[in-house]
Design a protein around this ligand. Structure first.
Ligand code: 2AM
Length: 383
């Protein structure tokens, strides 16, 4: 019997959490996974006592869905998405909707949009940000693709998304084809930039102002009550305070070598490809690459010791405030550069992007959430 409002395929933690989030908002979700035993485990544990139903096969799942059918894929990006789409196509009817909520590359999403349109199906590629916690209690959702699908998924998407202000959802229609995944990619690039800015502020506080970790934590705590109020500044203060088992600060013991998953790099590559000067994110990606050359840096430091005994003799408080303002100004520049890239991509692909909504969508739920004065970003877009 067709009873489920939506199906979700892919029962890793993100998938399970999104299902429980939809369930909490009154939607009946049908859960499915390639390894079907995970469906049983899920129903007997995390989903026990909920309205979630399970499916034994894709045919079973499709038969349980109300029409137009809505199916979210939350599987590993790449081949797994294409494999599921290929298996679903023969089971679906014109007007049914497939949504890819994974970390797909935007070009793949555009390709899938085009091929599914020929088959009469609607396809949506949605950025999902906020990690496992966000998925469970309110992510920032960035859907793009076939706009005809939006009226059928809007209610579910906006219900489960993070809310800000007077309850506005951090989710709106982004634009055509792979625009949702492109915007998510740029969001991640901005996150790389924000983290690099925090690192540079830390460097100046520590090595120029000679502040200790508790003083720096205090500074970040107070910055979090200003325009900089945001998730990353908040956790930086907590990380600076954190003590190891021996009672000493943990942070200085951590190897100064950063890895990366790739979305920052993709943003920088797109910037080069479309000739947009997204300099801040580009430098942030290079800074991570440089940080990972640990052995070379240690060797080089033996021949070149760097500046010695720099002593700051001016007004410490005024300089600290200058660092705060510089961080804020840089952040606005980074967001503006990110939006320049969005605008260039829109021209390149003929997308019409919902710029204002994108800025508003990043206010809650996601990692770069809460740049308090969002107006400055929106204003930049109007220039
Ligand atoms: P699994 O539990 O059967 O491995 C995150 O890895 C999610 O993506 C899981 O639900 C996983 O299913 C699914 N997944 C990974 N690779 C896949 C593939 N090649 N085909 C189908 N599902 C896949």
């Amino acid at each position: 019997m067709a009873q489920a409002d939506i199906a979700l395929i892919g029962l890793a933690v993100m998938g399970q959490n999104l299902i429980m989030n939809m369930n909490d908002h009154g939607f009946v979700v049908c859960a499915y996974n390639r390894t079907v035993s995970k469906v049983h485990d899920f129903l007997q544990n995390e989903a026990k006592g909920s309205k979630v139903i399970g499916a034994e096969s894709l045919e079973d799942m499709v038969s349980k869905l109300k029409k137009p059918r809505r199916i979210i894929l939350l599987v590993k990006a790449g081949q797994a998405v294409d494999d599921f789409i290929d298996k679903l196509v023969p089971l679906l009817e014109a007007g049914d909707i497939i949504i890819d909520g994974g970390n797909s590359e935007y070009r793949d999403t555009t390709r899938r949009c085009k091929s599914l349109k020929e088959k009469g199906l609607l396809f949506v590629g949605s950025g999902v940000s906020g990690g496992e916690e966000g998925a469970r209690y309110g992510p920032s959702l960035m859907p793009g693709g076939h706009k005809e699908a939006w009226p059928h998924i809007k209610d579910i998407f906006q219900s489960i998304a993070a809310k800000v202000g007077t309850g506005e959802p951090c989710c709106d229609w982004v634009g055509d084809e792979g625009a949702g995944h492109f915007v998510k990619m740029v969001h991640n690039g901005i996150e790389y930039g924000d983290m690099q800015l925090i690192c540079e502020a830390y460097h100046l506080m520590k090595d120029v102002l000679g502040m200790d970790h508790d003083e720096m934590a205090q500074a970040f705590d107070s910055w979090n009550k200003t325009e900089l109020d945001s998730f990353l500044i908040e956790i930086t203060a907590n990380i600076l305070k954190y003590k190891d088992a021996d009672g000493k600060h943990l942070l200085p013991k951590i190897r100064d070598s950063a890895g990366q998953k790739g979305t920052g790099k993709w943003t920088a590559i797109s910037a080069l490809e479309y000739g947009t000067p997204v300099t801040l994110i580009g430098e942030a990606v290079f800074a991570r690459c440089l940080s990972s050359l640990k052995d070379e840096r240690v060797r080089a430091s033996r021949s070149l010791s760097g500046p010695q005994g720099v002593k700051f003799s001016g007004n410490k408080a005024a300089f600290l405030e200058d660092i705060r303002k510089a961080l804020y100004a840089s952040k606005i520049i980074s967001y503006a550069q990110g939006f320049m890239l969005l605008r260039q991509a829109a021209t390149e692909f003929g997308w019409s992007l919902n710029y204002g909504a994108i800025a508003l969508m990043w206010r809650g739920g996601c990692i770069i959430r809460r740049l308090k004065n969002d107006d400055s970003v929106v204003a930049t877009l109007r220039i």
